[in-house]
Design a protein around this ligand. Structure first.
Ligand code: FES
Length: 67
């Protein structure tokens, strides 16, 4: 790894998003791209966000029991 290359900080939140220093271009499995110019971008890792791939804090909500 090059010593001069700029490193990006990524922080994984247990049960929550992955925080990535922005701006970022996010590529989804279907090839769609989402851009964010925020200083810090919360990428949804739980799959429940209504604004996926960006976290909308839905990971905090309790799931209803179905049994
Ligand atoms: S990680 Fe926050 S909504 Fe998915």
């Amino acid at each position: 790894m090059s010593g001069d290359a700029k490193r990006n900080a990524v922080r994984v939140i247990r049960g929550g998003p992955v925080l990535v220093s922005g701006p970022v271009d996010i590529e989804l499995p279907d090839g769609a791209k989402v851009e964010s110019d925020r200083f810090m971008v919360a990428v949804c890792a739980c799959g429940r966000s209504k604004t996926y791939p960006l976290c909308d804090t839905s990971h905090r909500k309790k799931r209803r029991r179905t049994d």
